[in-house]
Ligand binder design. Structure first.
Ligand SMILES: Cc1cc2nc3c(=O)[nH]c(=O)nc-3n(C[C@H](O)[C@H](O)[C@H](O)COP(=O)(O)OP(=O)(O)OC[C@H]3O[C@@H](n4cnc5c(N)ncnc54)[C@H](O)[C@@H]3O)c2cc1C
Length: 481
């Protein structure tokens, strides 16, 4: 087999040009050249949606995806014996026309979302220390159901003041002060501390919730979600077959695997200086060159990731993307944990502010929809290795069983699903937000024949991403073609 280095050298000229190699069009067989309207980098939620809608509108696309499937943060577990499926990555979608239409397009049914795993009693334990089940003290505000309900209303009233939040990051100048506060300070300022427990169970993957800038929490816990809690908006929905991957598999077939979607593919260089965008890709069937009118980047735009594409970044792009920090998020399925199937264990630290367990750490452990399976979610504000996350998860299971006298169970705990979703949430510090960072980011749209989409431009919310892509982005992309 030819090495990646050999193939890379064959399709790129050896003469460096402004720090990046030049794509050598003449080195490609004509059968390896794909001429398209739009080259899409990343076939997750945003990239797949954009490509499907562009195709429906009569435009040609080529999607380059590094994984062996479309779907990004979707993780669908399939039981090896029965074939039964359930989702444990992206799960909950807003019940909006964009979501319903997308699922209907691929004849995938929706049902009301009732949570990851069966509805069982929630109990609390410090999963970082002894694992002993505790009753949260009444000094923790979210232990009072009336206060929690009042906090939903109060939070809803607060977030209603910022209707611009539903349109990507189109922020006013000056950016409202409350949006720049750490979320813990925002809750204290508005006497909404009773919301913290609910926020901890929803706003996951951000690292430390109370330290997270309120703007980002507002994007993650939007008014529509709160309205569903208080019964004035429909509840979220999910795949009726508990298999969101099926939607993406059908999208793959619709777009054309191998022709318009390149899976297991590595972008090695992108040039945007001429009238067309050139994307050099290594695929399992050899090198390909996409020649497109426009580029749509649909990966998380950390500077290192964009440099990894061999993208000919401008100084302005380097400056903007170089400012992003990111949090870390893992989801897991284990078998043979021996944990009881009638309880969900939520991580708590009764001595921490508002009882919110600090991260790095687990959000909790609970039964999966299939017997003998346990779901677990873990986040960190800084990098952790998979080995560290696995070791801490196994330790928490051991402590839970020991501290609470659960029978040891049969078999050894084993990870049957484990996904590191780094880089998860891309954020910038409050001072950068106040300084107009998002205006500068949005100002990149359309420059150098390049458009941008995904969670960083909208929110970590597939429904919102699809809506924004449909309503705000694609009309501009189409007008540019
Ligand atoms: C565990 C978990 C649970 C979640 N639950 C929900 C939920 O219930 N509801 C909800 O709405 N959202 C949920 N989210 C948020 C989710 O991130 C967004 O809904 C959505 O997936 C973000 O879409 P995206 O297109 O920005 O990124 P992604 O979906 O991650 O897509 C990016 C794609 O780019 C690919 N890629 C990356 N680098 C390259 C490269 N160099 N070359 C080619 N391809 C590349 C990736 O493989 C990926 O397929 C969850 C996220 C996680 C991690």
């Amino acid at each position: 087999m030819l090495s990646r280095a050999f193939l890379t050298a064959a399709v790129l000229s050896l003469t460096p040009c402004f720090g990046s190699a030049t794509i050598n069009i003449g080195s490609y067989l004509s059968s390896a050249i794909l001429v398209r309207d739009v080259a899409v980098i990343g076939g997750g939620s945003s990239g797949t949606y954009a490509a499907v809608q562009l195709k429906r509108a009569g435009y040609s696309t080529a999607v380059v995806e590094k994984a062996s499937r479309l779907g990004g943060h979707v993780d669908t577990y399939r039981d090896p014996v029965t074939g039964q499926t359930f989702d444990y990555g992206v799960l909950a979608l807003l019940n909006t026309s964009v979501v319903r239409d997308y699922f209907a397009l691929f004849s995938e049914a929706l049902t009301v979302y009732t949570g990851a795993g069966p509805a069982v009693t929630r109990v609390y334990a410090n999963l970082a220390t002894d694992g002993e089940i505790v009753t949260p003290p009444s000094t923790i505000p979210w232990t009072d159901p009336a206060a929690v309900f009042a906090s939903f209303l109060g939070y809803g009233a607060q977030i209603s003041q910022y209707p611009f939040l539903s349109d990507g990051y189109s922020l006013p100048n000056p950016v409202p002060e409350d949006l720049l506060l750490p979320f813990g300070d925002f809750l204290a300022k508005h006497d909404l501390q009773a919301l913290a427990g609910t926020a901890f169970s929803i706003v996951q993957g951000v690292g430390n919730l109370l330290a997270t800038t309120t703007l980002y929490v507002f994007k993650y816990l939007p008014k529509t979600t709160i309205d569903a809690f208080v019964g004035i908006a429909p509840p979220p929905v999910t795949s009726a077959t508990f298999n969101i991957q099926a939607l993406y598999n059908k999208a793959l077939a619709y777009l054309g695997s191998g022709t318009n979607v390149l899976l297991n593919a590595n972008v090695i260089a992108i040039e945007r200086d001429g009238p067309r965008v050139l994307v050099a890709v290594l695929t399992p069937s050899g090198p390909k060159l996409i020649i497109a009118k426009k580029l749509l980047v649909a990966i998380q735009p950390k500077l290192s990731a964009l440099q990894g594409l061999g993208l000919d970044l401008t100084l302005q792009e380097r400056d903007i993307f170089g400012q992003f920090n990111n949090s870390y998020y893992w989801d897991m399925v284990l078998k043979n944990t021996g944990l009881p199937s009638d309880r969900r264990f939520t991580n708590i630290d009764v001595d921490a502010p508002l009882g919110i367990a600090p991260m790095p750490g687990l959000y909790g452990l609970g039964p999966g929809p299939i017997a003998n399976l346990t779901l677990a979610y873990y986040s960190s504000p800084s990098s952790r290795t998979d080995a560290q996350v696995k070791a801490e998860t196994l330790e928490a299971i051991f402590k839970l069983k020991t501290a609470n006298g659960f029978p040891p169970g049969t078999g050894t705990p084993e990870f049957v699903g484990f996904n590191d979703h780094r880089p998860f949430w891309l954020t910038v510090p409050p001072a950068a937000i106040a300084g107009g960072f998002y205006d500068k980011l949005n100002g990149l749209q359309g420059k150098k024949n390049t458009w941008w989409t995904g969670a960083t431009f909208v929110a970590h919310d597939s429904s919102a991403i699809w809506n924004w892509t449909e309503v705000s982005l694609l009309p501009r992309v189409k007008a540019s073609l």
